[in-house]
Write a protein of this length. Sequence first.
Length: 259
Amino acid sequence: MILTIDVGNTNITCGVFDEDVIVASFRITTKMPRTSDEYGMILYNLLEQNNIQPMDIGDAIICSVVPNVMHSLRGGLVKYFHITPIIVEAGIKTGIRIVTPNPQQIGADRIVDAVGAYEIYGGPVLVIDFGTATTYDFVDESGAFLGGITAPGIRISAKALSEDAAKLPEIEIKKPESILGKDTITSMQAGIVYGQIGQTEYIINKVKEEVGLENVKTVVTGGLGRIIANETTCIDIYDPNLTLKGIYRVYKKQNRKIK
């Protein structure tokens, strides 16, 4: 079995693959500082809670946008699983050609999303990840990563409203019954959710216009992506495990022997 780890700014999402099937997934909070022993024990215990024997993990691969986590996380895998994980970074074989002027500036999370979307659903494809930031990345029919867009994430927008406006509270992110909010909370929910839907539709249509293609698949992932995907016909597919699937497909290209 292969342990895939996606280190994001908010959560560390882990998936266990048996052949091409994801058999378990779980999350750990990113922002809490941890030692290698803590990471090792947390992963060990979470695997057991998901009915997976830690000794059955034959290899691991990490995709990270949080450098400060990597030393302890890698150390935990070495110490408790006797695995030196593959790291998704510049120079690793991915199967995606990055044709931007500075390929090394493209985040590892965006690359694995692009790999997953292109290999599973085909190209041309626009992959949207509703994470801490909302990212839009375009891969053409040949598998070339042509560029993307970065926008504030849904939670960032909600947090900015509550922190920078003295009388606005923290809110649950969900679609209200009407776009015309009847109180402070529902008006904020309307602005955040419907604003995100409008932004998403506009960017999708603008990308299609700029690349001159109408038959672009639109694939969405990320925890809050389902809310947006359910409210617009511009989105073709919602895949909550796309990032983990992309990491696993990058792993398969490394031709590494499983212990």
